[in-house]
Every structure is written in C-alpha cells, then in structure tokens.
Design a protein around this ligand. Sequence first.
Ligand SMILES: [Fe+2]
Ligand SMILES: [Fe+2]
Length: 268
Amino acid sequence: MFELIEKALISTCVEETLEKTREAFNSVECANFMAKNELRTILPIDKVSFPAKPICVHPLDLPRRRLGSEAGKRSFIHAIAHIEFNAIKLALDIAYRFKGLPEQFYIDWLYVANDECKHFEMLCRRLENYDCAYGDIPSHDGLWSMAVKTENDLLARLSLVPRYLEARGLDVTPGMLKKLTAQNDTASAAILEIILEDEVTHVEYGTKWLDYVCAENGLQRENVFFENIEHYLKGQILGPFNRPLRIRAGFTENELAELERLDKRSSR
Ligand SMILES: [Fe+2]
Ligand SMILES: [Fe+2]
C-alpha cells in the first residue's frame, strides 16, 4: 500500500496518480500494510512530482474569474479542479510521510485522498462542457508549498493543511455556491455541494488526529494549533469563518473566537 502511495506521489501523470491512489485505497481492506510501516524508506518531499501542465504562475498573474462569462466559469472550475488535484497529493503525503501512527490514521487519509480523486474527476467532467481539460489554464502552487514547509512536523501539517487550508474551503464554498446559483449553473453548484459536505469530514479528521498526536505528547491542541498558525502564517488569518461547519469539523468555541480575534487584528 505504501508503495502505491509513493507511486502516486512521484507520478507526473494525472491518470496514473488517480489510478495508484484508488489502488492504494482499495488495498487497505486486504493488506496488512502496517507490518513494514516502521521499516520503510521515505523519499524527501522534493521527490513528490506534479504534471507539467498546468504551468505554475504567480497568483496575481492568474486570469480573473468573473463568473458571468463562459471563460470565467471555465477558469473557475479549472481552479477548483487544481485545488482538488493538489488535495489528492496532500492527503497521500500525510499518509506516506509520517510513521508510528495507528492503522486508522493511514486508512483515514487514504479515504480523504480517494474523496479528492472523486472531486477532481467530477470537476474534470464538468470542464469538458467548456471544451477544457485539466492543465489548460495556468494555476498556482499555494497549497503544496504548505506541505513542503511542514515536511518534518506532523503537528504543523495537521494544523496547517486540514485545519487551515481545507477548513478555509468550508468558509468560502457557500459564497461560491451562491454565485453559481445566481448564474443558473446548477450542475457546477451540485458538484460544489458534494465537495463541501465531504470536506467537513476531511477537516474533522484533521481535528481528530491533531487531538491524538497532542494527547500522545502531553500537549494541548488549541495551543499547538495557534502556535503553528502564528509560526507559519504570521497571524495572517482570513475570515469570516463558517461557524456551523467548523463546529461540525471539531473546532471549539474558543478556537473560533481566537480565529476571529486574529482576523480582526490582521485587517486593522
Ligand atoms: Fe476536495
Ligand atoms: Fe479535502
């Protein structure tokens, strides 16, 4: 199973990444994958590869995504597809890179990786309606850079990837849904609704495993979370926050209040 994850991570081919991810997910049931977990060699994170397309550009050089035009819808769906493709690699990487955790840790993140494949494929099918394929529009690598920064630190990875980046999706997706609905794009809205519901579980897994690792190390989750937010984001927190969904995903009232305080501080 870990070999399949590694193949998916180092692959530069979209199809192969999806195929190996699914194989890894499906092998969880039958394989005793934990037997060699502690012995396996882990490749450094710079060996994780991405397809040559989409080309990477600075976020400011990206085409604008006004939903009113066909081109705007196309680049909007493509941008979300790009996020989902990155999310596949992010979920695989957390399962691959960190040893010494219970079997369920690996099962949970492969479940997430499989969900991300599903999201990515739904969006690619939608892109076909716009005569567009994944890779056609330049994108940025904002998500993956957080994985690189947290290569050696599981507490930071859990705080910053599922509990910050993915949790941000919970905040912004309802607004996107409204815009799509206003444009009568019910097909795209239906996809985003499925994604939004699945993402609650992904963020919840972030909470669950951050709790676990904190408990193992005698640490307090809220402290660890905000220390990492401060260290990696320098307090650059953006709200507003989706309270109901974040609470479902395990955020406490304290955490939400502190996030809101940090958001106000950065907007001053
Ligand atoms: Fe997703
Ligand atoms: Fe996700």
